[in-house]
Design a protein around this ligand. Structure first.
Ligand code: KIV
Ligand code: NA
Length: 271
């Protein structure tokens, strides 16, 4: 089997160091997964699909059924990368038992090899519970979008000593509970570096530091699908312009009856 496994990902961080950083991108659809798969170590079916695909105002309304449908599509479209599916808001926080029920559905119905959930110390018991029962868990600390109402917005975290101490404690708790990796999102760089040195598991940064053990971005953000993006996004392309220019050309050709042309029509039979 060619697909990367959780132990293989963990082994990439050897004696506290990662030689070659881990590459992770989000994927929500089968064709997108096919295109990204050869270039990545991990594909994340992020609950960011709420905003990116469904136009929702936050990740909070995303359901387990949505995550399962997209998770299964991404597994079908990939064979090399480890596929990780986000546990949506409300599907895991109540108890380790609730988390196990949701995570086991994700694993069984998508074929993904791991789940990700948000939270640090408060989720340590749940992470230990799942990990001990055959469900690899990736943690997610710092700016945790499902907690937007408690945090008061999507601004960077760790700008004072109390916040900094909390993020480090959260990351350490997640690692000690048995998570196989942890996303560090939207934090002051020093914190990401300190946490990466402190924990034995790979840290995956987004708005964190190039010193993390790996990086993740939302694929549509990276492609330039959106006009407004957070500071931590690098737009590597301008797919929004490609799409609108292409639609404009198509619309013009339809309106002037130059599409379909000779090559796109079935000519009359000559017999
Ligand atoms: O949902 C998501 O896309 C994520 C990444 C940004 C880490 O959680
Ligand atoms: Na997410």
């Amino acid at each position: 089997m060619k697909r990367l496994t959780v132990p293989k990902i963990m082994r990439r961080k050897f004696e506290g160091k990662t030689e070659e950083p881990l590459v992770m991108l989000t994927a929500y659809t089968a064709r997108q997964a096919q295109l990204l798969d050869p270039h990545c170590d991990m594909l994340l079916v992020g609950d960011s699909l709420g905003q990116v695909i469904y136009g929702l105002p936050s990740t909070l309304p995303v359901t387990l059924d949505m995550m399962i449908a997209h998770g299964a599509a991404v597994v079908r479209g990939s064979y090399h990368s480890l596929v990780i599916v986000d546990m949506p808001f409300g599907s895991y926080e109540a108890s380790p038992q609730q988390a196990f029920e949701s995570a086991s559905r994700i694993m069984a119905e998508t074929g993904a090899a791991a789940v990700k959930l948000e939270g640090g110390q408060a989720m340590a018991e749940t992470i230990a519970f799942l990990s001990a029962r055959g469900i690899p868990v990736m943690g997610h600390v710092g700016l945790t979008p499902q907690a937007v109402n408690a945090l008061g917005g999507y601004m960077a975290r760790g700008r004072n000593e109390a916040e900094e101490a909390k993020i480090i404690a959260d990351g350490v708790a997640v690692a000690e509970a048995g998570a196989f990796g942890v996303v560090i999102e939207g934090v002051v760089e020093d914190i990401a570096i300190a946490l990466t040195e402190k924990v034995a598991i790979p840290t995956i940064g987004i708005g964190a530091s190039a010193q993390c053990d790996g990086q993740v971005l939302v694929t549509e953000d990276m492609l330039g699908m959106f006009e407004r993006v957070p500071r931590f996004v690098k737009r590597y392309n301008d797919i929004a312009t490609i799409i609108s220019d292409t639609a404009a050309t198509y619309a013009r050709e339809v309106r002037e009856r130059s599409f379909p042309g000779d090559e796109q029509i079935y000519p009359a039979r000559k017999d």
